[in-house]
Design a protein around this ligand. Structure first.
Ligand SMILES: [Zn+2]
Length: 440
């Protein structure tokens, strides 16, 4: 008797599992049932399966979808808008543009653009901190992305014009709002912007609500030395000490950046079970500094990789981020310090753990949700294959991704979205951003 499965991805040239043993198999197949990986093995072992759909992965590398653990997708509308500036100059210029355009509809439009770029480039999950999370989530789900977002918090009304009390009310309504939108599973998150835009009192309040909602927390921490100095002046503490003392770190917390963490900060984050999204492209471009990727991991911090928003990093290319992360390890130490397994894990399994989804995604194992990507290996720049992980980190690029599945849903097929018309999206974006001509 044959066993019915929804999808059989057959004969993958390489199957990079990123499982506990970091196994890489040759000529392996995977079956998917109800959005989860149900079988892994050689075709001969899977011959009893009866698949509704099949994907011939000959000459392809199959690996887990990449996890972008810190970004602001709607800022894709501001790609190239703030060049030649540091974080302060960047925020000034970007916040002015956001104030002019980012209503709910435009936040959704920008997120659709970012979500499509992410998926086409092999990213299946993003941690997206942005205004109007209900609108952004609708946009991302429409395009098929696993889109972690949540209510954001600033002391001041901010670009969305919300008073503090309204932010609190919306936070309590967030789980219900999320459930009504649907899409691939994501954890509940609250996202206070940072320790320099949210007071200690407000951070304590957010931590309390997170406890009530059993929510995780995402915020920017120690992105620049200037931020550390400002927070030190205000509280006589590092941003991490503020996070500890306001009970933010009592919750599962993932920092954006963590460039300037002291040894003691790293200890505090590790002991709390916290995570950091390492964003080397954004940090280098804004001259913010170089995060201590290996030291963070050695201290016990869960480290993921992220692009940050397109207004600072200009794209959502996680292959570029993997490569930069590896280059910075060599630059900060020696080439022998580059552990390619560590880099690939940060972009997949460890990134999934960092965002709180380690039990569901990030590796190819039976029972995990099928967030997978296929890379076309039949190309000059990917030939020959002496070292599969070196190929992934140093030679492959996002344009090599041909097919993407999120929870078993074939969202990118042969380099095109199965969900939305890319040309129509581009037209809508170009029409909307014309309004920025007035403030150039
Ligand atoms: Zn950011």
């Amino acid at each position: 008797m044959s066993t019915p499965v929804d999808l059989l991805i057959s004969n993958a040239g390489y199957l990079v599992t990123v499982n506990g043993k970091n196994e890489i198999f040759e000529n392996y197949s995977i079956a998917i049932t109800n959005g989860r990986i149900s079988h892994i093995g050689k075709m001969a072992e899977l011959s009893g399966l009866n698949a509704t759909k099949t994907f011939d992965a000959t000459n392809h590398l199959i690996c887990p979808g990449l996890v972008n653990s810190h970004t602001h997708l709607a800022m894709s509308l501001l790609r190239g808008w703030a060049e030649g500036v540091n974080l302060d100059g960047f925020l000034k210029r970007v916040w002015a543009a956001e104030g002019a355009i980012m209503d709910e509809a435009t936040s959704q439009l920008g997120t659709e653009l970012g979500a499509l770029e992410a998926l086409l480039g092999g990213t299946t999950t993003t941690m997206d901190m942005y205004l109007n999370p209900v609108a952004t989530h609708k946009g991302a789900v429409r395009v098929g992305l696993r889109h972690i977002c949540g209510p954001i918090f600033f002391d001041f009304p901010g670009l969305d014009g919300l008073e503090w009390q309204t932010r609190i009310e919306r936070a309590y309504k967030w789980p219900e709002a999320l459930a009504s939108i649907g899409g691939p599973f994501i954890p509940i998150y609250l996202m206070p912007h940072s320790t320099y835009t949210d007071s200690a009192e407000h951070l304590t309040q957010v931590a309390g609500i997170a406890k009530e909602l059993n929510a995780s927390i995402h915020l920017h921490v120690s992105e620049t030395l200037g931020e550390n100095e400002d927070v030190q002046k205000r509280y006589g503490k590092t941003p991490t000490q503020v996070c500890r003392d306001t009970h933010i770190l009592d919750r599962h917390t993932i920092y954006g950046h963590g460039v300037h963490l002291s040894d003691s900060d790293r200890q505090i984050v590790a002991q709390s079970g916290g995570a950091v999204a390492h964003c080397p492209g954004s940090n280098l471009k804004l001259g913010s500094g170089i995060a201590q990727f290996k030291k963070m991991i050695a201290t016990g911090i869960k480290v993921g990789l992220g692009t940050d928003g397109c207004s600072s990093s200009n794209d959502l290319d996680m292959f570029a981020v993997m490569r930069m992360a590896a280059h910075l390890v060599a630059y900060s130490g020696t080439p022998a310090d580059v552990d390619l397994t560590q880099i690939v894990r940060a972009a997949t399994a460890d990134g999934a753990t960092a965002v709180g989804l380690g039990d569901r995604i990030g590796s190819i194992e039976v029972g995990k949700e099928a967030d997978l990507i296929a890379i076309d290996l039949a190309q000059p720049h990917l030939t020959p294959v002496h070292n599969v992980l070196a190929l992934l980190v140093f030679a492959a690029g996002r344009a090599d991704v041909t097919d993407v599945w999120v929870a078993g849903d074939h969202v990118i097929s042969n380099r095109a979205s199965t969900k939305i018309d890319a040309q129509d999206l581009i037209t809508r974006v170009n029409s909307r951003i014309k309004i920025l001509d007035e403030i150039k």
